[in-house]
Design a protein around this ligand. Sequence first.
Ligand SMILES: [Ca+2]
Ligand SMILES: [Ca+2]
Ligand SMILES: [Ca+2]
Length: 127
Amino acid sequence: MSISLGRRLGITAIAATSAVIFSATPALAHTNITIGTDQGRMTFIDDGDVFEVCDTKADGAGVVGKLWFNSYIGGDWYVEASGDDGGDDGCDKFAHNVEDTGEFQMRLYWTGPGYDKEIARSRTFNE
Ligand SMILES: [Ca+2]
Ligand SMILES: [Ca+2]
Ligand SMILES: [Ca+2]
């Protein structure tokens, strides 16, 4: 009786643990990801872990792309790296290693007068 109960509890515990690990795993990147609007865009380039930020509209303000991170240990999301682009030619780039230590998310902001307005946000990812 007690052995049978123990077995059943053990199986239940294993199943529950697997479910938690599965649900906490964000989608793996292994591909480029682009977000944006007509004001600008931000692209994660998987080859080299480079992030490209482009201001695509001559509207008197630039854009800033931020790479947010939240570790598996918990706690708040915070900005790990960022890059901005303004009226100059071409896009700006920054590199940041994306690894399997937590979840990453790209968020793009339009730097209008006096404030940064979020205009796009990616799914969470890592690799
Ligand atoms: Ca990569
Ligand atoms: Ca602009
Ligand atoms: Ca530019």
